[in-house]
Write a protein that binds this ligand. Structure first.
Ligand code: MN
Length: 418
Protein backbone atom coordinates (compact mmCIF):
# COMPACT_ATOMS: atom_id res chain seq x y z
CA UNK A 1 0.00 0.00 0.00
CA UNK A 2 1.36 3.44 -0.87
CA UNK A 3 1.61 6.24 1.69
CA UNK A 4 -1.35 7.96 0.06
CA UNK A 5 -3.53 4.84 0.25
CA UNK A 6 -2.68 4.08 3.87
CA UNK A 7 -3.66 7.59 4.93
CA UNK A 8 -6.67 7.77 2.59
CA UNK A 9 -8.45 4.54 3.42
CA UNK A 10 -9.31 5.21 7.08
CA UNK A 11 -10.42 8.74 6.20
CA UNK A 12 -12.64 7.54 3.34
CA UNK A 13 -14.15 4.87 5.60
CA UNK A 14 -14.86 7.42 8.34
CA UNK A 15 -16.46 9.83 5.88
CA UNK A 16 -18.60 7.09 4.30
CA UNK A 17 -19.67 5.87 7.75
CA UNK A 18 -20.86 9.37 8.60
CA UNK A 19 -23.03 9.50 5.49
CA UNK A 20 -20.79 11.28 2.97
CA UNK A 21 -20.78 10.33 -0.71
CA UNK A 22 -17.02 10.05 -0.98
CA UNK A 23 -17.04 9.35 -4.72
CA UNK A 24 -19.08 12.52 -5.36
CA UNK A 25 -16.69 14.57 -3.23
CA UNK A 26 -13.75 13.19 -5.20
CA UNK A 27 -15.46 13.99 -8.52
CA UNK A 28 -16.01 17.58 -7.37
CA UNK A 29 -12.37 17.85 -6.30
CA UNK A 30 -11.16 16.44 -9.60
CA UNK A 31 -13.21 19.06 -11.48
CA UNK A 32 -11.96 21.91 -9.30
CA UNK A 33 -10.02 24.47 -11.39
CA UNK A 34 -8.01 27.53 -10.43
CA UNK A 35 -6.47 30.20 -12.66
CA UNK A 36 -2.98 31.29 -11.75
CA UNK A 37 -1.88 34.84 -12.59
CA UNK A 38 0.93 35.47 -15.07
CA UNK A 39 1.98 38.43 -12.93
CA UNK A 40 2.48 36.18 -9.90
CA UNK A 41 5.46 34.45 -11.50
CA UNK A 42 7.60 37.46 -12.36
CA UNK A 43 9.53 39.72 -10.07
CA UNK A 44 7.44 41.94 -7.88
CA UNK A 45 7.93 43.54 -4.53
CA UNK A 46 7.02 46.51 -2.46
CA UNK A 47 7.64 50.17 -3.00
CA UNK A 48 10.73 49.74 -0.85
CA UNK A 49 12.43 47.22 -3.02
CA UNK A 50 12.32 44.23 -5.32
CA UNK A 51 14.46 41.17 -4.79
CA UNK A 52 15.16 39.55 -8.14
CA UNK A 53 15.06 35.76 -8.06
CA UNK A 54 17.24 33.54 -10.19
CA UNK A 55 15.26 31.86 -12.95
CA UNK A 56 12.41 34.33 -12.84
CA UNK A 57 10.44 34.34 -16.09
CA UNK A 58 11.37 37.15 -18.44
CA UNK A 59 8.31 37.11 -20.65
CA UNK A 60 4.86 35.59 -20.92
CA UNK A 61 6.21 32.42 -22.56
CA UNK A 62 8.38 31.66 -19.55
CA UNK A 63 5.50 32.53 -17.22
CA UNK A 64 3.40 29.97 -19.07
CA UNK A 65 6.11 27.37 -18.50
CA UNK A 66 5.98 28.08 -14.75
CA UNK A 67 2.18 27.94 -14.76
CA UNK A 68 2.35 24.57 -16.56
CA UNK A 69 4.62 23.27 -13.79
CA UNK A 70 2.07 24.36 -11.18
CA UNK A 71 -0.65 22.54 -13.12
CA UNK A 72 1.52 19.42 -13.54
CA UNK A 73 2.02 19.23 -9.78
CA UNK A 74 -1.51 20.10 -8.64
CA UNK A 75 -3.75 18.93 -11.51
CA UNK A 76 -5.91 21.91 -10.67
CA UNK A 77 -4.44 25.00 -12.36
CA UNK A 78 -5.35 24.65 -16.06
CA UNK A 79 -5.70 28.37 -16.89
CA UNK A 80 -3.48 31.44 -16.76
CA UNK A 81 -4.90 34.91 -16.17
CA UNK A 82 -3.10 37.40 -18.40
CA UNK A 83 -2.31 41.07 -18.03
CA UNK A 84 -1.77 43.59 -20.81
CA UNK A 85 0.54 45.19 -21.72
CA UNK A 86 2.74 43.17 -19.33
CA UNK A 87 2.05 40.03 -21.38
CA UNK A 88 2.01 41.75 -24.77
CA UNK A 89 3.42 39.77 -27.73
CA UNK A 90 3.87 40.54 -31.40
CA UNK A 91 1.94 37.46 -32.45
CA UNK A 92 -1.11 36.36 -30.45
CA UNK A 93 -1.30 33.08 -32.40
CA UNK A 94 2.10 32.18 -30.98
CA UNK A 95 0.75 32.81 -27.47
CA UNK A 96 -2.32 30.67 -28.20
CA UNK A 97 -0.07 27.86 -29.47
CA UNK A 98 2.22 28.11 -26.46
CA UNK A 99 -0.72 27.84 -24.06
CA UNK A 100 -2.06 24.81 -25.90
CA UNK A 101 1.36 23.12 -25.98
CA UNK A 102 1.65 23.67 -22.24
CA UNK A 103 -1.75 22.05 -21.70
CA UNK A 104 -3.22 25.33 -20.48
CA UNK A 105 -5.86 27.82 -21.57
CA UNK A 106 -6.10 31.59 -21.36
CA UNK A 107 -7.87 32.77 -18.24
CA UNK A 108 -9.28 36.23 -17.72
CA UNK A 109 -7.65 39.13 -19.54
CA UNK A 110 -6.71 42.02 -17.26
CA UNK A 111 -6.30 45.52 -18.69
CA UNK A 112 -3.80 47.91 -17.15
CA UNK A 113 -5.38 51.27 -16.39
CA UNK A 114 -3.01 52.36 -13.65
CA UNK A 115 0.53 52.59 -14.90
CA UNK A 116 0.57 55.09 -17.74
CA UNK A 117 1.59 58.59 -16.54
CA UNK A 118 -1.55 59.92 -18.26
CA UNK A 119 -3.61 58.12 -15.61
CA UNK A 120 -2.33 60.20 -12.73
CA UNK A 121 -5.82 61.67 -12.21
CA UNK A 122 -7.65 58.56 -13.32
CA UNK A 123 -8.30 56.52 -16.46
CA UNK A 124 -11.98 55.89 -17.19
CA UNK A 125 -12.87 58.63 -14.67
CA UNK A 126 -10.19 61.16 -15.64
CA UNK A 127 -11.55 64.71 -15.96
CA UNK A 128 -9.81 64.94 -19.36
CA UNK A 129 -11.94 63.43 -22.13
CA UNK A 130 -8.88 62.61 -24.24
CA UNK A 131 -7.40 60.47 -21.48
CA UNK A 132 -10.74 58.75 -20.93
CA UNK A 133 -10.80 57.88 -24.63
CA UNK A 134 -7.26 56.49 -24.39
CA UNK A 135 -8.37 54.27 -21.49
CA UNK A 136 -11.36 53.04 -23.46
CA UNK A 137 -9.11 52.30 -26.45
CA UNK A 138 -6.95 50.12 -24.19
CA UNK A 139 -9.85 48.09 -22.83
CA UNK A 140 -11.21 47.61 -26.35
CA UNK A 141 -7.77 46.31 -27.33
CA UNK A 142 -8.02 43.86 -24.41
CA UNK A 143 -11.37 42.65 -25.77
CA UNK A 144 -9.70 41.98 -29.12
CA UNK A 145 -6.82 40.16 -27.41
CA UNK A 146 -9.20 38.02 -25.35
CA UNK A 147 -11.17 37.14 -28.47
CA UNK A 148 -7.98 36.05 -30.23
CA UNK A 149 -6.88 33.95 -27.25
CA UNK A 150 -10.28 32.35 -26.62
CA UNK A 151 -10.54 33.95 -23.19
CA UNK A 152 -14.03 34.26 -21.75
CA UNK A 153 -13.58 37.13 -19.30
CA UNK A 154 -12.33 40.64 -18.88
CA UNK A 155 -11.22 41.34 -15.33
CA UNK A 156 -11.29 45.04 -14.52
CA UNK A 157 -9.56 46.53 -11.55
CA UNK A 158 -9.69 50.29 -11.60
CA UNK A 159 -7.11 52.15 -9.55
CA UNK A 160 -8.98 55.41 -10.18
CA UNK A 161 -9.79 57.63 -7.26
CA UNK A 162 -8.87 60.86 -5.53
CA UNK A 163 -6.49 61.69 -2.71
CA UNK A 164 -8.15 64.82 -1.33
CA UNK A 165 -11.67 65.99 -0.71
CA UNK A 166 -12.49 68.56 -3.35
CA UNK A 167 -9.89 67.20 -5.79
CA UNK A 168 -12.68 66.22 -8.19
CA UNK A 169 -16.44 65.99 -8.26
CA UNK A 170 -17.46 62.58 -6.91
CA UNK A 171 -20.76 62.53 -8.81
CA UNK A 172 -19.11 63.50 -12.08
CA UNK A 173 -16.53 60.75 -11.61
CA UNK A 174 -19.32 58.24 -11.13
CA UNK A 175 -20.95 59.42 -14.36
CA UNK A 176 -17.67 59.08 -16.25
CA UNK A 177 -17.13 55.64 -14.73
CA UNK A 178 -20.56 54.44 -15.83
CA UNK A 179 -20.00 55.75 -19.36
CA UNK A 180 -16.56 54.11 -19.55
CA UNK A 181 -17.63 50.67 -18.37
CA UNK A 182 -20.70 50.86 -20.62
CA UNK A 183 -18.40 51.30 -23.62
CA UNK A 184 -16.29 48.37 -22.38
CA UNK A 185 -19.27 46.10 -21.75
CA UNK A 186 -20.88 47.07 -25.04
CA UNK A 187 -17.82 45.86 -26.95
CA UNK A 188 -17.82 42.37 -25.43
CA UNK A 189 -18.63 39.41 -27.64
CA UNK A 190 -21.28 37.14 -26.16
CA UNK A 191 -18.76 34.59 -24.83
CA UNK A 192 -16.96 37.15 -22.68
CA UNK A 193 -18.11 38.50 -19.34
CA UNK A 194 -16.95 41.56 -17.47
CA UNK A 195 -15.69 41.04 -13.93
CA UNK A 196 -15.63 44.23 -11.87
CA UNK A 197 -13.21 44.26 -8.95
CA UNK A 198 -13.40 46.69 -6.05
CA UNK A 199 -10.83 47.88 -3.53
CA UNK A 200 -11.37 50.24 -0.66
CA UNK A 201 -8.09 52.14 -0.88
CA UNK A 202 -4.68 52.24 -2.54
CA UNK A 203 -3.43 53.75 -4.70
CA UNK A 204 -6.15 56.35 -4.02
CA UNK A 205 -6.28 57.38 -0.38
CA UNK A 206 -9.40 59.52 -0.15
CA UNK A 207 -12.10 58.14 -2.47
CA UNK A 208 -11.65 55.11 -4.72
CA UNK A 209 -14.06 55.14 -7.66
CA UNK A 210 -15.01 51.47 -7.21
CA UNK A 211 -14.34 51.19 -3.51
CA UNK A 212 -16.64 48.44 -2.31
CA UNK A 213 -18.85 45.56 -3.37
CA UNK A 214 -21.97 47.72 -3.32
CA UNK A 215 -20.66 50.26 -5.80
CA UNK A 216 -19.35 47.43 -7.98
CA UNK A 217 -22.71 45.65 -7.82
CA UNK A 218 -24.65 48.79 -8.79
CA UNK A 219 -22.32 49.25 -11.73
CA UNK A 220 -22.85 45.65 -12.88
CA UNK A 221 -26.63 45.84 -12.49
CA UNK A 222 -26.60 48.90 -14.74
CA UNK A 223 -24.65 47.08 -17.44
CA UNK A 224 -26.26 43.71 -18.01
CA UNK A 225 -26.27 40.12 -16.86
CA UNK A 226 -22.73 39.34 -18.02
CA UNK A 227 -21.27 41.94 -15.66
CA UNK A 228 -20.41 40.46 -12.29
CA UNK A 229 -18.47 41.43 -9.20
CA UNK A 230 -15.02 40.03 -8.47
CA UNK A 231 -14.00 39.66 -4.82
CA UNK A 232 -10.32 40.09 -4.00
CA UNK A 233 -9.64 38.88 -0.48
CA UNK A 234 -7.13 41.67 0.10
CA UNK A 235 -9.47 44.52 -0.78
CA UNK A 236 -11.55 44.97 2.36
CA UNK A 237 -11.08 46.88 5.57
CA UNK A 238 -9.91 44.93 8.60
CA UNK A 239 -12.62 42.68 10.01
CA UNK A 240 -15.07 42.86 7.09
CA UNK A 241 -17.17 39.73 6.77
CA UNK A 242 -16.14 38.59 3.28
CA UNK A 243 -18.15 35.38 3.31
CA UNK A 244 -21.32 37.40 3.84
CA UNK A 245 -20.48 39.55 0.82
CA UNK A 246 -19.97 36.34 -1.15
CA UNK A 247 -23.37 35.07 -0.03
CA UNK A 248 -25.16 38.29 -1.03
CA UNK A 249 -23.50 38.49 -4.44
CA UNK A 250 -24.21 34.82 -5.15
CA UNK A 251 -27.87 35.33 -4.21
CA UNK A 252 -28.05 38.18 -6.74
CA UNK A 253 -26.33 36.00 -9.38
CA UNK A 254 -23.61 38.64 -9.53
CA UNK A 255 -20.69 36.74 -8.07
CA UNK A 256 -18.23 36.68 -10.95
CA UNK A 257 -15.21 35.29 -9.22
CA UNK A 258 -12.34 35.73 -6.85
CA UNK A 259 -8.85 36.98 -6.58
CA UNK A 260 -7.46 34.75 -3.89
CA UNK A 261 -4.62 35.85 -1.68
CA UNK A 262 -4.34 36.57 2.00
CA UNK A 263 -3.80 39.63 4.13
CA UNK A 264 -2.92 40.50 7.67
CA UNK A 265 -2.92 44.28 7.40
CA UNK A 266 -3.88 45.66 3.98
CA UNK A 267 -3.52 44.32 0.44
CA UNK A 268 -0.64 42.07 1.39
CA UNK A 269 -0.98 39.59 -1.52
CA UNK A 270 0.32 36.71 0.59
CA UNK A 271 -0.11 32.99 -0.08
CA UNK A 272 -3.78 31.91 -0.08
CA UNK A 273 -4.87 30.68 3.34
CA UNK A 274 -1.59 31.62 5.01
CA UNK A 275 -3.07 34.15 7.44
CA UNK A 276 -6.73 33.26 7.84
CA UNK A 277 -7.53 29.72 6.67
CA UNK A 278 -10.86 29.77 8.52
CA UNK A 279 -12.05 32.74 6.44
CA UNK A 280 -11.09 30.87 3.28
CA UNK A 281 -13.04 27.83 4.44
CA UNK A 282 -16.10 29.93 5.29
CA UNK A 283 -16.01 31.45 1.81
CA UNK A 284 -15.96 27.96 0.29
CA UNK A 285 -18.73 26.97 2.69
CA UNK A 286 -20.86 29.65 1.00
CA UNK A 287 -19.79 28.58 -2.49
CA UNK A 288 -20.54 24.92 -1.82
CA UNK A 289 -23.94 25.68 -0.31
CA UNK A 290 -25.79 26.43 -3.52
CA UNK A 291 -25.93 24.62 -6.82
CA UNK A 292 -22.34 23.53 -6.44
CA UNK A 293 -21.20 25.39 -9.55
CA UNK A 294 -18.26 27.60 -8.73
CA UNK A 295 -17.45 31.03 -10.12
CA UNK A 296 -14.08 31.85 -11.68
CA UNK A 297 -11.37 31.21 -9.10
CA UNK A 298 -8.17 33.09 -9.70
CA UNK A 299 -5.10 33.55 -7.56
CA UNK A 300 -3.84 37.12 -7.29
CA UNK A 301 -0.53 37.16 -5.48
CA UNK A 302 2.60 39.23 -5.77
CA UNK A 303 5.47 37.46 -4.15
CA UNK A 304 8.30 39.46 -2.74
CA UNK A 305 10.61 37.19 -0.74
CA UNK A 306 9.10 33.74 -1.27
CA UNK A 307 9.96 31.32 -4.07
CA UNK A 308 7.36 32.07 -6.73
CA UNK A 309 6.42 28.70 -8.20
CA UNK A 310 6.47 27.10 -4.78
CA UNK A 311 4.24 29.87 -3.40
CA UNK A 312 1.78 29.33 -6.23
CA UNK A 313 1.74 25.56 -5.70
CA UNK A 314 1.09 26.03 -2.00
CA UNK A 315 -1.77 28.42 -2.75
CA UNK A 316 -3.40 25.93 -5.12
CA UNK A 317 -3.02 23.14 -2.56
CA UNK A 318 -4.54 25.35 0.15
CA UNK A 319 -7.48 26.12 -2.15
CA UNK A 320 -8.01 22.41 -2.87
CA UNK A 321 -8.00 21.58 0.82
CA UNK A 322 -10.31 24.42 1.76
CA UNK A 323 -12.76 23.42 -0.96
CA UNK A 324 -12.55 19.76 0.11
CA UNK A 325 -13.40 20.72 3.69
CA UNK A 326 -16.40 22.71 2.53
CA UNK A 327 -17.70 19.58 0.77
CA UNK A 328 -17.70 17.76 4.12
CA UNK A 329 -20.22 20.08 5.78
CA UNK A 330 -23.23 18.07 6.91
CA UNK A 331 -25.81 20.30 5.23
CA UNK A 332 -28.89 18.41 6.43
CA UNK A 333 -27.83 18.57 10.07
CA UNK A 334 -26.84 22.20 9.61
CA UNK A 335 -30.29 23.10 8.28
CA UNK A 336 -31.85 21.17 11.13
CA UNK A 337 -29.76 23.00 13.74
CA UNK A 338 -30.52 26.36 12.17
CA UNK A 339 -34.23 25.58 12.03
CA UNK A 340 -34.15 24.55 15.67
CA UNK A 341 -32.42 27.79 16.63
CA UNK A 342 -29.57 25.77 18.09
CA UNK A 343 -26.91 28.46 18.03
CA UNK A 344 -23.80 26.43 18.63
CA UNK A 345 -24.78 23.17 16.92
CA UNK A 346 -24.53 24.87 13.51
CA UNK A 347 -21.22 26.39 14.45
CA UNK A 348 -19.98 23.02 15.64
CA UNK A 349 -20.99 21.38 12.36
CA UNK A 350 -18.94 23.90 10.40
CA UNK A 351 -15.95 23.34 12.66
CA UNK A 352 -16.30 19.55 12.28
CA UNK A 353 -15.75 19.95 8.56
CA UNK A 354 -13.03 22.58 8.99
CA UNK A 355 -11.07 20.46 11.45
CA UNK A 356 -11.07 17.35 9.26
CA UNK A 357 -7.64 16.54 7.87
CA UNK A 358 -8.46 16.27 4.16
CA UNK A 359 -4.87 16.05 2.97
CA UNK A 360 -5.03 12.28 2.20
CA UNK A 361 -8.24 12.80 0.19
CA UNK A 362 -6.70 15.63 -1.84
CA UNK A 363 -3.51 13.64 -2.36
CA UNK A 364 -5.47 10.68 -3.69
CA UNK A 365 -7.46 12.87 -6.11
CA UNK A 366 -4.31 14.59 -7.31
CA UNK A 367 -2.62 11.26 -7.96
CA UNK A 368 -5.62 10.11 -9.97
CA UNK A 369 -5.33 13.31 -12.01
CA UNK A 370 -1.72 12.39 -12.75
CA UNK A 371 -0.44 15.12 -10.44
CA UNK A 372 1.58 14.88 -7.24
CA UNK A 373 0.46 13.46 -3.90
CA UNK A 374 2.60 16.13 -2.22
CA UNK A 375 3.10 18.91 -4.79
CA UNK A 376 5.45 21.10 -2.75
CA UNK A 377 7.72 18.15 -1.88
CA UNK A 378 7.72 16.98 -5.48
CA UNK A 379 8.52 20.48 -6.74
CA UNK A 380 11.50 20.68 -4.41
CA UNK A 381 12.68 17.19 -5.31
CA UNK A 382 12.30 17.87 -9.04
CA UNK A 383 14.88 20.66 -9.05
CA UNK A 384 12.62 22.71 -11.33
CA UNK A 385 13.60 26.06 -9.81
CA UNK A 386 17.31 25.31 -10.07
CA UNK A 387 16.91 24.05 -13.64
CA UNK A 388 15.06 27.19 -14.70
CA UNK A 389 17.70 29.34 -13.02
CA UNK A 390 20.39 27.62 -15.09
CA UNK A 391 18.53 27.44 -18.38
CA UNK A 392 17.16 30.97 -18.29
CA UNK A 393 20.53 32.41 -17.32
CA UNK A 394 22.06 30.64 -20.32
CA UNK A 395 19.37 31.39 -22.91
CA UNK A 396 18.65 34.75 -24.49
CA UNK A 397 15.18 36.18 -23.85
CA UNK A 398 12.69 35.44 -26.58
CA UNK A 399 12.08 38.28 -29.00
CA UNK A 400 8.61 39.70 -29.62
CA UNK A 401 7.36 39.64 -26.06
CA UNK A 402 7.17 42.30 -23.38
CA UNK A 403 9.57 41.97 -20.47
CA UNK A 404 8.10 40.16 -17.51
CA UNK A 405 9.38 42.80 -15.20
CA UNK A 406 6.86 45.47 -14.50
CA UNK A 407 7.93 48.40 -16.60
CA UNK A 408 7.74 51.01 -13.84
CA UNK A 409 11.06 51.25 -12.02
CA UNK A 410 11.18 51.06 -8.25
CA UNK A 411 10.07 52.72 -6.10
CA UNK A 412 7.01 53.99 -7.98
CA UNK A 413 4.17 51.60 -8.58
CA UNK A 414 5.72 48.41 -7.33
CA UNK A 415 3.66 48.36 -4.17
CA UNK A 416 0.49 48.56 -6.20
CA UNK A 417 -1.09 45.31 -7.17
CA UNK A 418 -4.66 44.73 -8.05
MN1 MN B 1 -7.00 41.55 -7.53
Amino acid sequence: MTDTQSAYQPLARRLADSGHDVAAIERALAAFAVETPSWGYGDSGTRFGVFPQPGRPRDVFEKIADAAEVHRLTGTAPAVALHFPWDAVDDLDELTDQLAEAGLRAGAVNPNLFQDPDYKLGSLTNPDGGIRRKAIEHVLECVRIATALGSTAQSLWLADGTNYAGQDDLGARRDRLQAGVAAYYGALPSEQELLVEYKFFEPAFYATDIGDWGSALLLCQGLGERARVLVDLGHHAQGVNVEQIVSILAREDRLGGFHFNNRKYADDDLIVGSVNPLELFLIFAELSAGSGSLPRLTIDQSHNIEAKVEAMVLSVVNLQESYAKSLLIDRASLAQAQGDGDVLRGHELLLDAYNTDVRPLCAKVREELGAAADPVAELRASGYAERMARERAAAPARPGAASAKRPTPAPAGLGVTE
